[in-house]
Design a binder for this molecule. Sequence first.
Ligand SMILES: Cc1ncc(C[n+]2csc(CCOP(=O)(O)OP(=O)(O)O)c2C)c(N)n1
Ligand code: SF4
Length: 251
Amino acid sequence: MKTIVYQKSKGLTDAQLSYCPGCTHGIVHKLVSEALVELDVLDKAVGIASVGCSVLSYNFFNCDMVQAAHGRACAVATGIKRARPEAIVFSYQGDGDLASIGIAETIHAANRGENLTVIFINNAIYGMTGGQMAPTTLLGQKTTTSPLGRDSKLHGLPIRIAEIFSEIPRAVFVERVSVHNPRAVRNAKKAILKAFRNQIEARGFSLVEVLSTCPVNWGMTPVEALRWVEQEMMAYYPVKTFRDGDADEKA
Ligand SMILES: Cc1ncc(C[n+]2csc(CCOP(=O)(O)OP(=O)(O)O)c2C)c(N)n1
Ligand code: SF4
């Protein structure tokens, strides 16, 4: 008798992922899709694909998907959630999309306390467009637009999104996770589950920042990229729960 020990999540379609070898976008897709299935909300989930390498995520998640203009995912998510409060609405955004062009939409959605789940992929670079500097690019990190390395005098400091959002009174859950090894992947899954459970319980705005790889634009092998996440990214972007509670209406 055959025993099934592992199956592809029903939350993903059969489309082949378009991500480069060693890119951890695919792991995060798997975790999000598993969470939707385990919480039994796949049928009422609406995902917002952003602009970036995950633009085609509308082909990969096996639920209703909408594609938002660059940076506008949280504005689109707000409209859908308000029009259809029974839907489980999530955005899936890169650091160019969320932390650069879309920072205003995202902060205001959190500040309004929209009952949404935001999955934020921090890979310290603009992947899709060929490796330009992102707000999250580390100091000294070479990119096509910072060929000498990010310089704080010229470019400012890398933006810590989870820390910023943890100060927004109506952001009820903010956690930074990583997916660089199996233990980290398991912890990331817990955070993603929690961020969706919060929405099901109408608790408010939840954001999970995932430290992710871009081996192609970092100029590394997939294994080197996983090490770089652990050694360089996690040193500047600590992996932890920043906020887990009720909206602070007194503030
Ligand atoms: C209004 C607008 N400005 C700029 C672009 C070009 N653009 C496309 S994706 C992108 C950034 C992608 O980086 P990120 O969001 O970090 O996602 P990744 O590809 O790294 O996953 C940019 C600047 C665009 N599509 N639309
Ligand atoms: S360019 Fe980078 S972020 Fe985009 S799919 Fe390739 S490895 Fe992933």
